[in-house]
Design a binder for this molecule. Structure first.
Ligand code: SF4
Ligand code: SF4
Length: 275
């Protein structure tokens, strides 16, 4: 994202709308973007409606009003001179936008934003099977972005355990080798708003994996959230809760997928067919 120095009048409306605090008013009194910090989320461009005031006259009016201790302040939800100039991003910077702008469809998944449907459609996709656990590791949040270099520290550590990286996940698609969890070298210094790593582990290996994650995440430069999911046993019991608690994690909240879309549990299908 760029801000036109010719058009900007330094009203500062855009400073608070940046998702990661990358916009500031420079020494010349005009808005600037810290290019390293900008994650190309386009929030600034989307959330401020453009007005088309002539910048030269607007600056003069602002200066004059300052002299008489008055202030020209446009409505807070506009850029008065349409000063934002989105760039045609090239590789590798274009990856920032794919993981940061929720309005952009991710080429590798066809899903808007940073992840896949995870287990939300497990009744249809059957991604996680009985005896398996899906683990999602979510990096970054608005206000706290992340570098792929920090993501790689976790993916390489996970790869040392018996995990399977989800093939359709956007981060997996940026790996050079899913056996090592290495991410493409040219992306490591790219900053993104957030991303999700998805792996499957055997139920018996879950405690070991969670323990490793806890150790690695302690030294992380960003905020990391961990989610686990499994298929309940046929009597409705959930084998995962005890494992998660034994690792010292609190179960804050949970989602239950009732499988209302269609019956995909094999034994339920068999029962239905015989009735
Ligand atoms: S809102 Fe527009 S005119 Fe105001 S400081 Fe930001 S870029 Fe400049
Ligand atoms: S594109 Fe996003 S990160 Fe970059 S300046 Fe705009 S709001 Fe901030």
């Amino acid at each position: 994202m760029n801000i036109s120095k010719e058009k900007c009048v330094g009203c500062a409306n855009c400073v608070p709308v940046c998702s990661v605090g990358a916009i500031y008013i420079g020494a010349d009194g005009l808005a600037e973007i810290n290019r390293d910090a900008c994650v190309e989320c386009h929030n600034c461009h989307r959330s401020l409606s453009p007005e088309y005031l002539p910048s030269g006259i607007t600056r003069l009016i602002r200066k004059f009003l300052t002299l008489v201790h008055l202030r020209f302040q446009p409505d807070p939800d506009v850029c008065p001179t349409d000063a934002f100039q989105p760039e045609d991003l090239e590789w590798p910077r274009i990856v920032r936008r794919a993981f940061s702008d929720p309005m952009v469809t991710h080429e590798s998944t066809g899903v808007h934003g940073r992840g896949t449907e995870e287990v939300k459609t497990n009744d249809v996709s059957g991604r996680i099977k009985h005896g398996e656990v899906g683990v999602v590791v979510e990096f970054g949040r608005p206000g706290i972005s992340t570098l792929f270099r920090d993501v790689e520290k976790v993916t390489t550590a996970l790869a040392e355990h018996d995990v399977v990286f989800e093939a359709g996940n956007p981060v997996t698609q940026l790996m050079t080798d899913t056996n090592t969890g290495r991410i493409r070298e040219d992306l490591l210094d790219e900053r993104i708003l957030s991303c999700i790593v998805e792996v499957t582990v055997k139920l018996d290996d879950t405690a070991r994996t969670l323990e490793a994650l806890k150790r690695i995440c302690k030294n992380s430069n960003t905020v990391i959230s961990i989610g686990v999911s499994t298929v309940c046993a046929e009597n409705g019991s959930d084998p995962l809760q005890e494992i998660v608690r034994s690792e010292g994690f609190q179960i804050g909240w949970a989602k239950l997928n009732l499988g209302l879309g269609r019956v995909s549990n094999p034994s339920a299908i068999a029962r239905e067919a015989s009735s």
